[in-house]
Design a protein around this ligand. Structure first.
Ligand SMILES: Nc1ncnc2c1ncn2[C@@H]1O[C@H](COP(=O)(O)OP(=O)(O)OP(=O)(O)O)[C@@H](O)[C@H]1O
Ligand SMILES: [Mg+2]
Length: 243
């Protein structure tokens, strides 16, 4: 009876391990699809919506000249419409760039992060210091996207939860791995709560890092919070050398 029970337990364990493996594969695929979808949306917004807004802006400029001599109310409406179009163009551009920063493909992680952090600081009023080691270079594109998304989520968390007025982002690499750290000096993640509960943000970061064979560490106490992502980079994982 005991032996049969043992066999049954072993079978169930194997089944669960298989299911776990399947869920992890699905998670990885979903994150990849999310990145592809964001890239597609970003391009669509920029190329299609952005172009149409540019055309609209030209029309409005022409109308402004035509109506200047005519009705004052009409002139005002056209002027307001032109201002709205300009604002909309700016918003669409920011949205497109946040969905997938063109700098990430063109110039690499460090430039994309500098650009992102500048906008983040303006929007949030949180001063952020970015420091990347000189030898960072270009990394495989999935590694660059993952690290960019981790900084994006971590800084969003600093803004939403920490109350800190400043934060820092550090990226360093050695022969085997990339170490990314995002720190703030705000209140602890578990402050006022019995236990710390990760949400979609932290679970997503953890999954991204796991998919790359690395790990995510979170340290949080009254001195502040630090998110550290450790991602292995074998020589053949560098951009250009990867197959
Ligand atoms: N920098 C931080 N400072 C203080 N608390 C934090 C910080 N980062 C995360 N937390 C805490 O950890 C929790 C989980 O973070 P997580 O990003 O997973 O979820 P969330 O930000 O609440 O929601 P979302 O799923 O939209 O990201 C937060 O609700 C918050 O309590
Ligand atoms: Mg979050």
């Amino acid at each position: 009876m005991n032996a049969r029970l043992e066999i049954r337990v072993k079978e169930r364990t194997t089944e669960l391990e298989q299911k776990n493996e399947e869920v992890q594969q699905l998670n990885g695929r979903l994150l990849q699809l999310q990145d592809e979808e964001r890239r597609r949306l970003a391009r669509e917004l920029h190329d299609s919506t952005g172009q149409m807004l540019a055309a609209l802006n030209i029309n409005l400029t022409l109308m402004k000249d035509l109506t200047a001599a005519a009705d004052a109310r009409m002139t005002k409406i056209v002027q307001d419409s032109a201002a709205l179009t300009e604002e909309l163009t700016r918003q669409i551009r920011t949205m497109s760039y946040l969905l997938h920063p063109p700098l990430l493909d063109e110039a690499g992680l460090e430039s994309a992060l500098q650009w992102y952090v500048e906008g983040f600081s303006q929007r949030s009023n949180i001063a952020v210091d970015v420091h990347a080691s000189d030898d960072l270079g270009r990394l495989r594109s999935d590694v660059e996207i993952a690290l960019f998304r981790i900084v994006q989520e971590s800084l969003t968390n600093v803004h939403r939860h920490s109350g800190s007025r400043n934060a820092s982002v550090h990226i360093a690499r050695d022969a085997e791995r990339i170490v990314l750290e995002v720190r703030d000096k705000g209140k602890a993640a578990q402050a006022g709560k019995k236990t710390f509960r990760p949400g979609v943000g932290i679970l997503g970061m953890r999954e991204r890092v796991r998919q790359l064979g690395g790990k995510l560490e979170i340290h949080s106490d009254e001195a502040g919070t630090m998110i550290r992502a450790l991602v292995p980079v074998a020589e053949d994982q560098q951009a250009g050398i990867a197959s």
